[in-house]
Design a protein around this ligand. Structure first.
Ligand SMILES: Cc1cc2nc3c(=O)[nH]c(=O)nc-3n(C[C@H](O)[C@H](O)[C@H](O)COP(=O)(O)OP(=O)(O)OC[C@H]3O[C@@H](n4cnc5c(N)ncnc54)[C@H](O)[C@@H]3O)c2cc1C
Length: 659
């Protein structure tokens, strides 16, 4: 059929819905371990649960081969202190990471990552993922190790450099012999296909184009053991019921979707479009405890008003590439490379201010460029053909720039942010919110686990590597749990209620399209739950959401299964918004640690900041409670206590543990 646009041009009408519509029909399945979301954490969870003997089913909204934030690729395997080039031991590095992540980072997730990340990466290599420069393509590039062919990456090469250190321009800062070598370059475009192949080899049943819509509790009682889930096919509308002894929630955890998924900010998010608050919504309705819902964070990590030359980095600055002004004067902006220990530039307000002042005083001339042409050729090659080409949407960008004649050895790249005078910090974002988990990555509900960005704040932008190692860990724990667990029967009444809720928009012949609802919710959050926060603004937001629920939700109309999926996502986003605002109202303080600025509570309360705010739903009512920060105890000791039998890297010759 060619592309949608070609079809429209030649036929003059949009094509018919190309799949059979099966609204109302049901399919039933059974699993030991059911995984919701086949992204990075979900795939690793599936593989490790299957290798530990469980019958595994994945429900994935898209196509496992490329779905999720890590689907298109990943070029930095962050925090892998167990790798042979590392200069720090994993337990020490976990403590360093906690220092960088602050009090509200998730010490459980970080400790698991630091201990098991290198094993996870070696397993990735076994599966066919590329983790070394085996073709000697990057000989001479800084960080390449000739013996192992591993490529140490400049990112975070000085301790705590995610927040720029003051001494980064001092002589001798970050010499090679002092670098921690904890971050490796990887060829992440090879990873998702390798994970999918391994799932297939292990007999994991993958139900793609199925969106999970709810968790099922024992006896249908909110807060009871989780015994399965429901889903809907995003092409046919068929309703799915899965009975499982354990469920792993791995639908991703885009904290920013409420604010960012609109036409003005598209792509700025660090998540996939398909990650639309399912983790919050599903866990909440089942009665699991959430935390960090009140946090916020600035959206500095990206380009100007919707422009972006690369979805993950700053505006025309990238590893080892300096920003220069129109007269080629180098700006005092760290290039988040070796020179500054891999600091992430946008994190630093002083730098932005210094450049802005320079522009206004005439010291720097607009426009500003990323000085690709000024890089050493071998470093430019690594930046363009490894770092950018392997990371998420970067490959498409590099390809189209090259096709339109861009030569990284000759050309520079325009930076938009400073010309637009974009606010440097827009507090339109969530921060670290997710499902509360313990040392088994088990949630507060029996039978329910959470992994990857679905769980609460993981630290270090909840990176791919953390999600992989945590997913692998959750799969192992869930497989151990199901060995002694019986499957419980499902509650038909709960299923029928959910089926009616899911299919309601499909049964209307006319009404409101999901896009209108979506845009309205984005606007409410951007206006009333933005940088400045107060009780009055929160109440206005809640009132507007109430009106949306009263007026728009009962009129949502989804004539095809794709629109149904988007409509259901928006219902999850509404749920997410209401939970977040409730938490914000409860936490009455201004706190840099949580990036919260309350106009009506300008003081920071040190006692209050020693707690996590927890919330869950019970019989339709919100229950709040607190947990002390660092509730997980001594990270090294607790990890060892919970993993005495950890077997290390998988040995294919030992089989997959099934009987
Ligand atoms: C541009 C960009 C660059 C990045 N670069 C790096 C990097 O270099 N290094 C690094 O370490 N990290 C990087 N990351 C972050 C990394 O990709 C993510 O942290 C990681 O993919 C998160 O894993 P996850 O399993 O939690 O979520 P995801 O991988 O996003 O998986 C979630 C999955 O759940 C599915 N899903 C969602 N809702 C439902 C539902 N209701 N039912 C069924 N399925 C559902 C989604 O389709 C998706 O497949 C980058 C991210 C982006 C966006």
């Amino acid at each position: 059929m060619g592309t949608w646009h070609e079809y429209l041009k030649t036929q003059g009408t949009p094509p018919e819905w190309p799949y059979p519509i099966k609204f109302g029909e049901e399919k039933e399945l059974e699993a030991d371990v059911l995984i919701l979301g086949g992204g990075i954490a979900g795939c690793w969870a599936a593989i490790s649960a299957a290798r530990n003997g469980a019958k595994v089913v994945i429900l994935e909204k898209a196509d496992v081969r490329r779905s999720g934030a890590g689907g298109p690729g990943c070029d930095h395997w962050c925090n892998v202190p167990g790798n042979p080039c590392s200069r720090v031991d994993p337990d020490t590095w976990a403590i360093e990471e906690m220092k960088a992540g602050g009090d509200f980072a998730n010490g459980i997730g970080i400790q698991i990552q630091c201990r098991e990340d290198w094993d996870t990466l070696q397993e990735m290599e076994q599966m066919g993922g590329k983790i070394r420069d085996t073709d000697d393509e990057f000989l001479g590039v800084e960080g390449r190790q000739d013996d192992t062919k591993l490529m140490v990456c400049s990112r975070y090469s000085a301790n705590n450099s995610i927040v720029l250190r003051k001494d980064w321009q001092e002589p001798g800062f970050n010499p090679p012999e002092e670098r921690n070598n904890t971050v490796l370059h990887v060829w992440g475009t090879t990873f998702k296909p390798a994970l999918r192949r391994e799932c297939e080899r292990l007999g994991v049943e993958m139900y793609e184009r199925f969106m999970a819509t709810s968790l099922l509790n024992e006896n249908g009682r909110q807060g009871g053991r989780v015994v399965g889930a429901t889903g809907v096919n995003t092409r046919t509308g068929e309703f799915l019921i899965v009975k499982a002894k354990a469920v792993i929630l791995a639908t991703g955890g885009a904290n920013d979707t409420l604010w960012m998924l609109d036409t003005e900010h598209g792509g700025l998010s660090f998540s996939s479009r398909n990650v639309s608050s399912a983790n919050f919504d599903l866990a909440w309705r089942a009665g699991a405890t959430l935390t960090m819902m009140e946090g916020s964070s600035p959206t500095t990590d990206g380009a100007g008003l919707g422009h972006k030359w690369y979805t993950g980095a700053g505006d025309a600055d990238y590893e080892n590439m300096y920003l220069v002004d129109a007269d080629n004067k180098v700006l005092p902006a760290p290039p988040h490379g070796w020179a500054d220990g891999g600091a992430l530039f946008p994190a630093n307000r002083d730098v932005v201010k210094r450049i802005r002042d320079g522009i206004e005083s005439g010291e720097f001339q607009l426009p500003i460029y990323g000085d690709s042409a000024g890089m050493k050729p071998e470093e430019a090659h690594a930046t363009w053909d490894l770092t950018l080409s392997e990371e998420s949407g970067g490959r498409a960008m590099v390809k189209s720039m090259r096709e339109s004649g861009f030569d990284p050895g000759r050309d520079q790249i325009l930076n938009y942010t400073y010309m637009e005078l974009q606010p440097t910090e827009q507090f339109r974002n969530g921060r670290g919110a997710g499902v509360l988990v313990d040392w088994d990555l088990k949630t507060t509900l029996e039978g329910l686990y959470a992994a990857g960005t679905s769980a609460f704040f993981c630290g270090d932008h909840s990176c791919h590597a953390l999600c992989a190692s945590n997913g692998r860990y959750a799969g192992r724990k869930a497989a151990a749990y199901v060995k002694g667990a019986e499957a419980r029967s499902l509650c038909r009444e709960q299923i029928d209620r959910e089926k009616a809720r899911v299919l309601a928009p499909a049964q209307r012949e006319e009404g409101i399209d999901w896009k209108e609802l979506h845009f309205a919710l984005n606007r409410i959050m951007q206006y009333y739950v933005g940088g400045y926060r107060s009780e009055r603004l929160f109440d206005l937001a809640l009132e507007e959401i109430r009106q949306l629920e009263e007026y728009a939700v009962p009129r949502l109309c989804a004539p095809d299964p794709h629109k149904l999926m988007r409509s259901l996502e928006d219902l999850s986003l509404i749920q997410h918004a209401k939970i977040a605002i409730q938490a914000m109202k409860e936490r009455r303080l201004t706190a840099r640690e949580l990036c919260v600025q309350r106009l009506d509570y300008p003081e920071s309360d040190p006692e209050e900041l020693k707690n996590y705010l927890l919330l869950r739903q019970e019989d339709g009512e919100t229950k709040f409670s607190r947990l002390p920060i660092r509730f997980w105890g001594n990270m090294k000791e607790e990890y060892e206590k919970h993993n005495p039998d950890y077997a290390g890297v998988y040995k294919p010759e030992n089989g997959d543990g099934r009987e």
